[in-house]
Each structure stands twice: as C-alpha cells, then as structure tokens.
Design a protein around this ligand. Sequence first.
Ligand SMILES: [Zn+2]
Length: 323
Amino acid sequence: MKIIDLHSDTILGMKMKGVEDFENNDFMIDLTKLKSGESYVQALGFFDFKPMSNYDYEKFKENEAFASKMFEKYSDQVVIVKSTSEIKKYEDSGKQMFMLTKEDIGCINGSLDILKAEYDYGFRIMSLTWNFENCVAYGNTTDVPEGETDSAKFPHMNDGLKPFGKEAVEYMNELGIIIDCSHLSDGGFWDLIDICKGPFIASHSNCREVCGHVRNLTDEMIKALADKGGVSGLNFCPEFIDEKNGSTIDGMIRHLQHFLNVGGEDILACGTDSDGIGGPLEIPDFSHMQELIMAMEKAGFTERQIEKFGYKNAMRVFEDVLG
Ligand SMILES: [Zn+2]
C-alpha cells in the first residue's frame, strides 16, 4: 500500500548531525527505506526550535540552504511536489516525492511577506506553532519554556489564536497552504474550526481518549476536524500511543480504530513523526511501514479504509487546498 506520511523531522536531524547521505543513513527515513516502505509522498518537516521565544529567521534559512543542497545532490532521485497535479505528474517517474512542511511558523515574526516568501520557497503544509507561544498562537503543553520565570502565566492551552494569527490563517487560506494544528493549543484549534476556510490537518496527533497526552485530539476535536474535511496523521511517538506500553503496532491499531469510530474513515491518515521521536518503536523506521498495513488488515479494516489511511485521505486534502 502506498503511503503519504504527513510528518517527519529527518532533514533537520541530518543537518544537526552533519549527515549528508540521504540514500542510506541511520535515520528513520532515507531514500532506501522510503522505497521499501512503499512511500508515495513524504512530508519533510522544517523546524526552527531554538531559542523558544525568539525565532531566528536567519537560522531557519540555514536549514533551507542545507535542504536545498541535499535536493540538488539527489536531483536525479528526488522531487519536491506542491500540488496533486505535480504528484500525478511525477508518480511514475521513479523519483521519491517530497512535500515541504514547516513545523511552527514563529520565524515569520509577524510578517505576511515572510510567510509569502516561505510559500514561494515551496512550503505547502505549515503548523501554526510548536509547543510554545509565537507570533500567531500558543502551543499545547503544560511545560514552562526554558528561561521563563513567571510560571503562573502557563499553560496556554485554552488561549486561542492571536489577532495576527487570524490574519495569517486568512492569508494561508488565500495562498493555498495546508494549515496544521498539531501542537496548537486547544483554544487555537477551536478558533481554526471557526475561521479556516476549507479543511486543515493534524499532521501528527493521536486520540486523547485512548492516550491522555495533550498533544492528542479529544473526541470533540476529532469530530469537528472530520466535519471540516480534515485528517489526523497517526503519530508513532511512544508517549502519544500508550504511556505504559509505548509505541506498539497494537497501540497504533487502537488509535486508528478510535479515529474510525469517532471521526469516520475519512479522517484516517499517517504522520509518523519519524526522527522527531525516540524510545523503543515497534516500527523502528520507514522500511517497516507495511507491517502496520498488514496489522490493519488483520484487525478488520477494509481495503477501502486502508487505502484512505495510506494515501487517499491525504490526497483529498491536498486536492482541496493545493489543487
Ligand atoms: Zn511535532
């Protein structure tokens, strides 16, 4: 079954460790593992994560420069896709397709011009926040950011989008950027439900009812996201699957069944969070992806539901937002 994976942190991990081999490396994702795991389109996440409250656009540009060098080096094997028509165009080319995604748009520092520049670079999926406050919204964490002394100001889980955040959402709708609510505060999620035109996604979030982590979605959120035509990508992170038993395939199936029961089959999607997560993983890297598909078959998911999880639901959102 071909797979669209809506979230990975591999490219930044490679930059941080100085790894430039994208064909065979020790990360959860490389070109060889993607091929054997039957990747269709892989999201490549770009993350500007330090310092927490003062987003450094120049640092972010360094990540882009590293990635651009990588795409250049492997230009005979990889292609960046920005729409469903480009996916259709390249699907039989033999090249690995990637979609550029941004985790946390804080580095736009309140500028719609920078947001546009990032769109022009090629980003098509953007999450509004990571775990902490930025110029658009607040993250969903109970942690107090490093260096912050006034802990009474936290958490911000019920706080909604900032006025500039609402402007940014409107502009993202206009440009045709898929908005990602993973990491966003619960309050921000509900604002998005109100103001986002068309579907948005949770690229890497599970079910809070199955595993009570704040990064997961409540049943009300799952229903609202489904009504909006969005999807939620199954995250392989041990803490988001099962606090006690960690990242097992059985645990993943429990989340998928809950998504299905609460949100229906059109919300199912995959968002591994590869190389953004640690700990023992029953699916240790992308080459093992089809083991999850086999487990879905065994658990009684229909062929149609598995196809929707694998790539069809994500393609539907791509089509709706990107064209
Ligand atoms: Zn994340």
